[in-house]
Design a protein around this ligand. Structure first.
Ligand code: PGA
Length: 249
């Protein structure tokens, strides 16, 4: 049985005091559950939040890091620097990274690999644009995004990773994929992985992301191949985020 994972992606939001307040509210109400709870915070707040989160049910992740261990990469933070914190997860390949910061499939694969080397679980984000969906090439695009990672690290590496399907047209737009649309894609993705390794596919947590909120989460999480959510906007509202967590447990 795959556990459900409810993951918040705070993106570039929250001052230090807002971050501490939000994390405290989540920690205070995060009771034991069969579901897992994660927040991916801005890296600058990591140290503060890690102190609050120790001995709680809340897991911590960050939203980006560079794959090289060290060197002349001005402005970057390496995955290996994160090893000293209580980091369990790293988002890689989020569409905002791909679109706004030029992360290529190759770089995404290297970040994925660097996370695994540091014992951090990569969450590989994949998604199609509205134009690609209308052209009928959704699965092609998603498989290509997965394939470049598989080519670098091998299929077994997905035993220690998660996948997040995030249709770009649904991110931050309030326009969610219907539960049926999302399930159709998740099922196809699981079948794609099963062709390479049945056990990996069976164990793989595939999260849905794209305007998941307290009102639509129940129907999405009820789908057999949706194993949780990657939640942006609603993860900044503790009551909504915790409601989604309680629906998943
Ligand atoms: P959203 O963001 O929930 O605000 O659509 C999801 C994401 O980008 O991970």
């Amino acid at each position: 049985m795959r556990k459900k994972l409810i993951a918040g992606n705070w993106k570039m939001n929250c001052s230090r005091s807002e971050a501490l307040q939000l994390a405290s509210a989540i920690i205070a109400s995060a009771s034991e559950s069969s579901a897992e709870l994660l927040i991916c915070v801005p890296t600058i707040h990591l140290s503060d939040i890690a102190k609050l989160a120790c001995n709680s049910h809340l897991k911590l992740g960050v939203q980006n890091a560079y794959w090289q261990k060290s060197g002349a990469y001005t402005g970057e933070i390496s995955v290996s620097m994160l090893e000293d914190y209580q980091i369990e997860y790293l988002l890689v390949g989020h569409s905002e990274r791909r679109e706004l910061f030029g992360d290529t499939n190759d770089e995404v694969a290297r970040k994925f690999s660097a996370a695994l080397e540091c014992g951090i679980t990569p969450v590989l984000c994949i998604g199609e644009s509205l134009q690609q969906r209308e052209q009928g090439i959704t699965l092609e695009v998603l498989k290509e995004q997965c394939q470049s990672v598989i080519d670098l690290v091998g299929i077994k590496a997905f035993n220690k990773a998660c996948l997040a399907y995030e249709p770009i047209w649904a991110i931050g737009t309030g326009q969610t994929a219907t539960p049926e649309q999302a399930q159709e894609v998740h099922q196809s993705l699981r079948e794609f992985f099963a062709q390479l390794d049945k056990d990996v596919a069976q164990g793989l947590q595939i999260l849905y992301g794209g305007s998941m909120n307290a009102a639509n989460a129940e129907a999405l999480l009820a789908q057999p191949d949706i194993d949780g959510g990657l939640i942006g906007g609603a993860s900044l509202k503790p009551d909504d985020f915790l409601k989604i967590y309680s629906l998943a447990g």
